[in-house]
Design a protein around this ligand. Sequence first.
Ligand code: ADP
Ligand code: ASP
Ligand code: MG
Length: 422
Amino acid sequence: MALIVQKFGGSSVADAEGIKRVAARIAETKRAGHDVVVIVSAMGDTTDDLIDLANEITRTPPAREMDILLTAGERISMALLAMAVNDLGVEAHAYTGRQAGLMTDDRYGKASILGVVPERILRTIQSNAVAIVAGFQGVNVHNDVTTLGRGGSDTTAVAFAAALHADVCEIYTDVDGVFSADPRIVPAARQLKIMTYEETLELAAHGAKVLHLRAVEFARKFGVAIHVRSSFSHQEGTWIVSDHLSEQKAMEAPVIAGVAHDRSQAKISVSGVPDIPGAASKIFATVSAVDGNIDMIVQNTSISNPGRSTISFTVPQEQLTEVVDALEAKKEEIGFVSIRISEQIGILSVVGAGMRSHTGVSAKLFETLASLGLNIDIISTSEIRISVVLPPESLDEAARAVHTAFGLDADTEAIVYGGTGR
Ligand code: ADP
Ligand code: ASP
Ligand code: MG
């Protein structure tokens, strides 16, 4: 008998039929003799629809009210799922994030988990019932509800798996596991059987939305084994385990584990920056004061304008206005001349632990992009990743070509069971 945490994403519970299918899966696990704690996302595209609705009301919804609105999505799915499980003769009780004991800080819309006090959930398990917890939400010290950021139900699941010392955290979604690329973009993507936390972190941080970044960080920190799999099939999915367990695997695996693409970033170029010590630090202090999340940075010294440089960096699109406003407010103090923005850029990343011991990965990547006639804007690297900024409209084509060039193409087409990819 094991304690299993099962998380079902929005595409798995998109309608009544989906909820019943998921309920059957939960009942099956319970009847096999396991203790089951379920984390559920809002149905289908409910969260997007609620955000659209709020934006129809006002361009500036207060963050606290926005979180009250968004947590409603998961309240609906948790209640309906508990009803469906009970209907199958298995006792189940639904809990909001707050009832389940998920405490967060008070950064509405992007709250961090401070702790989990799962007393109520433990009591539910002890009474032989299934606990069904609303994902993506918690409560702050002011007793107000908060949300963990888009895709945050994965993080709720891993947090409960850690707090309850679960044997496994199963993440059920609309594809059979983690693939070598997004199967919606690269049909030849192959399913990965086992991955290290490290590789998964890099993929998640660079656009592979199959797992929430903080879920992987949490899993790594607390050693939670994650099994990503489909709720639409019974196929074995992808295991994400600690780095040393899969070291052997990494040695045998291809140099590149996967390709990620990201269309959610924008670029800011600050030009005419005085080329003196401290200028860059003033810029980045200003960005960090408004919580700007910088990923890539490049600095060019201008030949035509000696003594001045251009500093370009990427930020998530939703932070663009706030970051630009903050910089403009400090224009004189920083001493720059102007700001240019690209509202959308494309970022393509190749990730693989094998990169450490293999050279020539960047040469092959750049060669492939050159053969498509693509100009690379910014490049950034980590020990196991190379990312490049490309025109957003060429991202899909580039992802497919790079996937092929690194020998990752599978013989069969990947299956996408549901969801809208929104
Ligand atoms: P859920 O609703 O279950 O949380 P998400 O839409 O958040 O599902 O995540 C699943 C989706 O992630 C898949 O449908 C797929 O399009 C996308 N995805 C992006 N990159 C990858 C990848 N490397 N492997 C698998 N899926 C990926
Ligand atoms: N419902 C939330 C979202 O759509 C959380 C999640 O699905 O993980 O982002
Ligand atoms: Mg998700």
